[in-house]
Ligand binder design. Sequence first.
Ligand code: ADP
Length: 218
Amino acid sequence: MEILKVEHLVKQYGKGDNAVLAVNDISFSVEQGEFVAIVGSSGSGKSTLLHLLGGVDRPTSGKVYIQGEDIYSLNSDKIAIFRRRQVGLIYQFYNLIPILNVKENITLPCDGRTPDKSELDELINTLGLKDRVTHLPNELSGGQQQRVSIGRALINHPAILLADEPTGNLDSRSSDEIVELLKLSNQKYKQTIVMITHNLEIAKIADRILRIEDGRLV
Ligand code: ADP
């Protein structure tokens, strides 16, 4: 089953002489349970593309379907709700809420609903955070903070997990752990993942690698 479908996606920044086609007519699709890496040099359009896939930014033209839903046909409020429920986002710099502890950060996208306790405990165990649940982000290592952000991204069983350079700020040991966890979530929860990286070694763990240059898939 197709989880993500992108059709003739274009994102232009600026106008006239300053115009930049950050994403220039990109089309592809991702099947349920696939792990796709997007590689490309700095400035090639990777982050712009990922933001468009996740409903974070509107395209200039083109369509993004997630589970058949044409997300940019929705108004901004509906896109925000759709994103919270159906898209898990992982960033290079974790983007955790500093005043919330590990458990509170992980359950943040639940919108006040209490997640199933055994499921939450299992997720926290899998992430290796059992002894850190009441710690604040600034009491954690970078690798631990990224594990919290993976938990936050997975808690709602999103249709798709989008990761933007998830190991970009980590040493090689922590990078390996994070990559292993992403692979595990792909295998254990059949989680569909699209991951941006400029690191070809890391990209190799994906089922498929897409390369982007100057806003185009090559
Ligand atoms: P990557 O993630 O591959 O490093 P980006 O998607 O961040 O690339 O950027 C792609 C291109 O779009 C670059 O040329 C960048 O300068 C430009 N760009 C990104 N964001 C903006 C913006 N908000 N305004 C203008 N240009 C932008």
